[in-house]
Design a protein around this ligand. Structure first.
Ligand SMILES: NC(=O)C1=CN([C@@H]2O[C@H](COP(=O)(O)OP(=O)(O)OC[C@H]3O[C@@H](n4cnc5c(N)ncnc54)[C@H](O)[C@@H]3O)[C@@H](O)[C@H]2O)[C@@H](O)CC1
Ligand SMILES: [K+]
Length: 494
């Protein structure tokens, strides 16, 4: 699914209104119906709800939703208005709403009034029409509400977030949503690593914008959903043997950090790779054999072996950064032309030796977490320009980079970005990155393309984590070892 700019978003609305055709007010009603369905599925009608409505069409959505909520049994409703005059669709919806639940939003109201702790705040102040940072009473309201408890739901965009003007965002002047219900497709600010956390959990609601516009619109950003994954998976053939599924080669582990290598190796094997060799420290062989007897072990030396037999390589998990490892890595980077995942210590060594990037090519996939990303790019902190800097880095060195996070971004060597929201909080633990790197390497070994390996790897990791969480009852308790055991069920779930 493409991610469109705000001007394209506005054009998509106009195109739909003209070509479906549909009246703008009816399109707003369709949007409100989609919002209502989400509320019916997620919010108990007994809870108190306050809707904050601006005077543009985002406020109009809020008014239309308030009317539909009321008609569907949500009785404890209040609507705060910032103005009675606004866009035509806002005013039309204002006329349709019972006056008894309307109230003017006063300057200090949110600060002074008592609101119950289980309240649901609906933010319909600003959506895609926001053109500058919030100031004055708007900034004050956002500040006051962010201090309040309750469940916070934003319509289309959290107010204060400019859909695609990331650099202009003031993080302290944005409504901090628990859920953002956005229309038709995500906007860049909802998935961008600098601002995504402000949107909370993202829900994309289909409001039937015209498919012809969406198809023809150009964008270098896209969004992948789990529904897109099934078509990627290659079935395993009955008449096949291990050689059909590729031989993966792992350069990973050292005596103190074998766990990372073993997690990556097991993930690689469970992804379906036919054969798996691990180049690691000799003194760990006994542990490797007992934990994963499927492994073929190769004693570490400071020279790379003949790599002809292998289809894909993973370097990094638990590798360490000593001189022997460094020269072995350099040799691999220089000589191997096939698909390769570079993670953890391999990234740290590249950050220390930027000249290695001269050997980079389109088969490299760097998989940094934000700390490693900072080191690779030589940044002190990650600001609003982090994605642009990542794109520049990939284009310059002609490599691919997966920036891992609660929403991960895959930047291809041509600068195209794909965003993935497949993670769960169970993955916020050591071992998750090793597991993902192993999955991607195993998929590459089986002949999946670079992009498909990344997409399927993230999907398997995310789904397996969800399944482990369900089995154990809580995200807190999930370990990488639990996630590894769910990879089979994750495959079956697509
Ligand atoms: N037919 C359509 O175009 C549809 C629009 N929809 C809704 O319409 C929204 C966009 O509506 P609008 O374009 O009216 O824009 P908004 O409702 O986001 O707000 C625009 C208003 O805010 C003012 N404004 C902008 N920045 C400001 C600032 N920093 N401080 C104070 N005022 C500021 C503008 O002058 C304008 O009056 C979408 O986000 C979505 O919620 C949906 O109803 C779906 C259909
Ligand atoms: K909003």
């Amino acid at each position: 699914m493409k991610i469109l700019s705000i001007s394209q978003t506005q054009a998509a609305d106009r195109y739909t209104i003209e070509h479906e055709p549909i009246a703008s007010l009816d399109l707003m009603e369709r949007a409100a119906q989609a919002l209502l369905v989400w509320f019916l599925q997620n919010i108990d009608p007994a809870r108190p709800i306050v809707l904050l409505c601006g005077k543009g069409n985002n406020g109009g959505d809020g008014l239309a939703l308030a009317r539909l909520l009321r008609a569907n049994g949500y009785w404890d409703l209040r609507v705060f208005l910032v103005d009675h005059k606004g866009s035509p669709d806002f005013e039309a919806n204002l006329d349709r709403l019972g006056k008894d639940i309307l109230q003017e939003l006063l300057q200090d109201q949110l600060k002074q009034e008592h609101f119950p702790a289980d309240i649901v705040w609906v933010d319909a102040l600003f959506g895609s029409g926001l053109s500058r940072v919030l100031e004055g009473r708007y900034a004050e309201w956002i500040y006051q509400i962010n201090e309040r408890s309750g469940t916070k739901v934003s319509i289309d965009l959290p107010s204060g977030l400019m859909g695609d003007a990331i650099a202009q965002t003031d993080l302290l002047r944005v409504f901090k949503a628990d859920y953002t219900l956005t229309f038709q497709y995500p906007k860049l600010a909802l998935v961008h690593p600098y601002t995504a956390a402000l949107a909370g959990q993202l829900e994309v609601l289909d409001i039937g914008l015209h498919p012809d516009y969406l198809q023809s619109a150009e964008s270098s950003y896209s969004w992948m959903s789990l529904a897109d994954i099934q078509s990627i998976i290659k079935p395993r053939k009955k008449h096949s043997y291990k050689g059909d599924y590729g031989h993966a080669y792992l350069l990973a582990g050292s005596p103190n950090t074998m766990g990372a290598a073993l997690i990556a190796a097991e993930a690689c094997a469970r992804s379906g790779a036919g054969l798996l060799s691990l180049n690691t420290a000799k003194e760990t062989f006994r542990a490797c054999n007992s934990r994963l007897p499927e492994l073929m072990l190769q004693e570490r030396s400071s020279h790379a072996p003949n790599l002809e037999a292998y289809k894909a390589i993973l370097c990094g998990p638990g590798l360490g950064q000593d001189e022997g490892v460094n020269s072995l890595l350099a040799e691999l980077l220089q000589n191997w032309q096939g698909p390769m995942v570079l993670d953890a210590d391999a990234l740290n060594l590249i950050a220390k030796n930027p000249s290695y990037l001269e050997w980079a090519n389109e088969n490299w996939i760097l998989t940094p977490h934000p700390g490693e990303f900072k080191r690779l790019l030589g940044l002190n902190q990650l600001g609003p320009d982090q994605l642009d800097l990542g794109i520049e880095y990939c284009r310059k060195h002609q490599l691919n980079l997966l920036l891992k996070g609660s929403i991960s971004v895959f930047i291809e060597s041509d600068g195209h970005c794909t965003f993935y929201d497949f993670g769960t909080s169970a993955l916020a633990k050591g071992g998750s990155g090793d597991l993902l790197a192993g999955l991607i390497c195993g998929l590459l070994a089986q002949g999946y393309t670079i992009k498909d390996s990344v997409s399927l790897g993230l999907a398997l990791q995310g789904r397996a984590a969800q399944l482990a969480e369900r089995e154990l009852g809580s995200a807190h308790a999930v370990l990488s070892s639990d996630i590894l055991k769910q990879i089979g069920k994750a495959y079956a779930s697509f």
